[in-house]
Design a protein around this ligand. Structure first.
Ligand code: FES
Length: 195
C-alpha cells in the first residue's frame, strides 16, 4: 500500500447515525472503518438521514448508513474534479449515466451529483454488493484518474462512481435520492430526490 493510499484512507471517515423521530442525523465522525448502524426499527422505516457537510475538508469522505445501505459522501477537491474530467469516456461502460435506475434526473450530468463538489453514491458494488474501497490517487496505471476499487472481483469506478469497461460490475454505482436542505446539509432518502 503506498503512502498516497494510506493518506486517502486516513481521509476516509465513518459517521455514526442516530435517529430521532422520523429523521436520522449523522452525529459524529469516527476514524477508519468503524460504523454504527441505526436501529432496526429506523432501518425498517427507511428514515431519511441528515448529513452535515461543513466539517468535510476537500478530499474527505464520510460513510453513512441509510435504509441499511452504505452511502459514501465525498467532498471532491478541485484536483479530483480535474482528474474526473480527464477520465476518457471511452473507458467507461455508461459515461453519460443512461441506465436510468442508477440515478435520478438530477444526477444525469458529468459529476453525477447536484453540486459538482459533493458526490453522494451508494457504497455497494453493482456486481455482488461488496463495498468498494477509495483509491483516490492517480495512477500508476495510465488510465487510472482516481476513484473506487472493489477488491472482491476487481471492479473499478471513477470519481463519479462510473464503472469502467472490462470489469464484472455491470452498471455505475447508484446515486440515492437526496437533496440540500441547507447550504451545507444534505438529506439522504428524501422523497423529493433533488434540491
Ligand atoms: S462484488 Fe465488486 S467486483 Fe464483484
Amino acid at each position: 500500500m503506498t503512502d498516497d493510499v494510506d493518506r486517502n484512507r486516513r481521509h476516509f471517515l465513518t459517521v455514526a447515525t442516530a435517529v430521532t423521530g422520523g429523521v436520522g442525523i449523522a452525529l459524529a465522525s469516527i476514524p477508519f472503518l468503524v460504523s454504527l448502524r441505526p436501529s432496526a426499527r429506523a432501518q425498517a422505516l427507511g428514515a431519511p438521514v441528515e448529513v452535515p457537510l461543513a466539517s468535510l475538508e476537500p478530499g474527505e469522505m464520510v460513510r453513512v448508513i441509510w435504509r441499511g445501505r452504505l452511502v459514501f459522501v465525498l467532498r471532491r477537491s478541485q484536483a479530483m474534479l480535474s482528474n474526473l474530467e480527464q477520465t476518457p469516456p471511452d473507458l467507461l461502460r455508461d459515461p453519460n449515466s443512461e441506465v436510468a435506475e442508477q440515478q435520478h434526473e438530477f444526477a444525469v450530468n458529468p459529476y453525477r451529483s447536484i453540486q459538482p463538489e459533493y458526490l453522494v453514491i451508494e457504497g455497494n458494488c453493482t456486481h455482488l454488493g461488496c463495498a468498494p474501497l477509495p483509491e483516490f490517487q492517480v495512477g500508476p496505471a495510465p488510465d487510472w484518474h482516481g476513484g473506487f476499487f472493489c477488491p472482491c472481483h476487481g471492479s473499478r469506478f471513477d470519481l463519479a462512481g462510473r464503472v469502467y469497461k472490462g470489469v464484472p460490475a455491470p452498471t455505475n454505482l447508484r446515486v440515492p435520492p437526496y437533496r440540500f436542505i441547507q447550504d451545507d446539509v444534505i438529506m439522504i432518502g428524501s422523497e423529493a430526490g433533488a434540491a
